[in-house]
Write a protein that binds this ligand. Sequence first.
Ligand code: NI
Length: 136
Amino acid sequence: MVYLTRRETFNAAHRVYNNAWSEEKNKEMFGKCANKNWHGHNYQLFVTIKGKPDPDTGFIMDAKKLSDVIKREIVERFDHMNLNMDTPYFTDQQPSTENFCVVIWALIEPFITGGVLHCIRLQETENIYAEYYGEQ
Ligand code: NI
């Protein structure tokens, strides 16, 4: 089994805030991510597929085609967007890196034409990333 990873980047704004909590509790739990007037992140998305390389091409899936899928399904959908206000994915859940990984998996998975989707890794900052392997 071979693993192939393609990286793409985009940026988006969000606010992680629980309406059921007080201002103080939100600040304590989410820190600057609870800031009232939003803030942005430069996200790095790593999409990893796994499979056996095709004997003719040596590819699991053409990395350019994988890039096209990520750009079409994720970058065009989320780049320069406000995750809370401009997208329908975070009305019932926090726009956290963890939840975002699960959203990205569901959007990308149907378009993987070689091998199978193995991991969505979403890097929110230099020091924080989440990974999702498709299990619940
Ligand atoms: Ni944040």
